[in-house]
Each structure stands twice: as C-alpha cells, then as structure tokens.
Design a protein around this ligand. Structure first.
Ligand SMILES: Nc1ncnc2c1ncn2[C@@H]1O[C@H](COP(=O)(O)OP(=O)(O)OP(=O)(O)O)[C@@H](O)[C@H]1O
Length: 253
C-alpha cells in the first residue's frame, strides 16, 4: 500500500512488504524498513538473513515479487533499472574494494566524477577548477590527501576501502549503501572507518550492513536486525542486543 504524504515527509527510503523468492526460496518475506533523510542506520543479522538481497532490491539488481520500494517519497524503484537508480543518487559500495590500482589516488576520484572520464581521457586536459575543488573536498573527507599522488594499488586494504567510499562521494549520492566496510580491517582502521562514515552522514543518508558489533557500536545509530527476510528487531544497539530472539539467532552464536 502506498503511504500517505505525511508518512513520507522526511523519509528518503521506504520499503514495505517486500517479497523476493529465488526458485521458491523466500529470501525476503515482507521486509519493511524506512530511512529518514539525513539518517544513517546499520543493518545486522545472520548469514542468509536477506541483507544483500535487500541492497539488491534497492539498487535495482533484483526485482521484488511484491511490495513497495520508494525513494524520496514518490519514486518507485521497482520500475527502474540499475543505471536509472544510480543516476537518482543511490551509490553502493560492495564488500571488496574495486579501485583502479594502476591509477593514482586522486585520479581514481577524478575518474569517478561525473564527466571525469572524458576529462581524464583528454591528453591536453587541465583539470577544471570545479573538478579540482571536488577532488580536494573528497580527499579531505576520506583523509587521503597525504597519499593523493600514490598509486591506489600501493594502499593498505583500509585505505582502498576509504578511497572507494570517496569515489562514491565524488558522484554526490543522496543515499550510500555500504556493505561490510570493516571486513578485513585492522582495529585501528575499523575505528577510523566509523569516524569517516559519521562524518559522511552529516550530509548524506547511509545504510551500513555490518557483522562487526564493535564497529556498529562506534557508529552509534539505529540498528535493525534482519532474520529470514524480515525485521526481527530495531532500535539502539543496546535495545536490539537485549532482544532474546536476536541473541538466539545471531548475537549468541
Ligand atoms: N540469486 C540467488 N539464487 C538463489 N538463492 C539466493 C540468491 N541470492 C540469495 N539467495 C539466498 O537468499 C538468502 C538470503 O541471502 P542474502 O545474501 O541476501 O543474505 P545476507 O543476509 O546478505 O547474508 P550474508 O551475511 O551471508 O551476506 C540466502 O539463503 C541465499 O542463499
């Protein structure tokens, strides 16, 4: 059921009763979730809970069998393809970093800018002031300014993850979907990633899927636990951690 305007005021992302089946297996079973404009939330849950499938539905990779998926109140994402959805300003970061290893850090950001590829391809290009300013802004946000001329391939795993987040930021997304950013990171990198995402969340909406509870605690945002394709519990991390079912199916394992 499409909600009324009052419900959707300040709601950037609205999922209601979303169903996805793969050959009869119900990966999402009536998933309902909202994200406010300017909000960051964390999604947790056991393997197979449907977290990736949820991201796939939002980004148009998987089309739901049933349910509403609305962006900015009225845009029906179930009718759009992946390219249209990316164009709307929904950026996704997959778990594994996919930076251009043989390019410098700053050129990775340039390549990600709207129109950046044309600028990059032109032998006689001089970076426009706007492109330069955007690259500087992104490098400052992800705190990689000091390595801007290094090849991306020479960065640590954590730095590559931050660079890829920067490449998403270069496209001015309204919503960032970030899949397990802390996986494979050192404790120090994990802590820095939480600081980075909190900085980004000041002017973006962010959904973070994560298994690392220390990291989720650092994020200090609303947490939703999925289980068997639906929401099991939602609230602060303390509230969700105190839920017996969450302990039973996930945290206590
Ligand atoms: N393309 C597909 N075909 C068949 N089954 C699928 C497909 N994609 C996902 N599934 C199944 O749907 C269920 C939900 O998977 P999903 O990847 O969304 O879970 P998840 O919460 O992201 O798990 P993880 O934490 O392991 O990444 C799983 O049982 C998975 O095997």
């Amino acid at each position: 059921m499409i909600p009324n305007d009052a419900v959707l005021t300040n709601t950037l992302l609205y999922l209601d009763g979303v169903e996805v089946s793969f050959d009869g297996f119900r990966a999402l079973r009536g998933l309902s979730l909202t994200l406010g404009a300017g909000e960051m939330c964390a999604i947790i849950g056991p393997n197979g809970a449907g977290k990736t499938t949820m991201m796939d539905v939002i980004t148009g990779k998987t089309r739901p069998d049933k349910g509403d998926v609305l962006f900015q109140g009225s845009i029906d994402l179930t009718r759009l393809d992946e390219a249209d959805i990316a164009q709307l300003g929904i950026g996704r970061k997959f778990q594994k970093p996919t930076v251009f290893e043989s390019q410098t850090v700053e050129d990775n950001i340039l390549l990600a800018l709207k129109g950046g590829r044309e600028v990059f391809a032109n032998l006689f290009w001089s970076r426009s002031a706007a492109a330069r300013a955007k690259i500087d802004e992104v490098l400052d946000t992800i705190r990689l300014d000091h390595v801007r001329t290094r090849l991306a391939g020479s960065l640590s795993h954590g730095q590559k993850q931050w660079l890829e987040i920067g490449m998403l930021l270069a496209q001015d997304p309204k919503l960032l979907l970030v899949d397990e950013p802390a996986a494979g990171m050192t404790d120090a990198e994990t802590a820095q990633t939480a600081v980075l995402l909190k900085r980004i969340a000041k002017d973006h909406s962010v959904v973070v899927v994560e298994h690392d509870m220390v990291f989720v605690r650092d994020l200090d945002v609303r947490v939703t636990c999925l289980h068997e394709g639906a929401v099991l519990a939602s609230g602060t991390l303390d509230q969700v951690s105190a839920n017996e079912r969450v302990v039973e199916v996930y945290l206590g394992r």
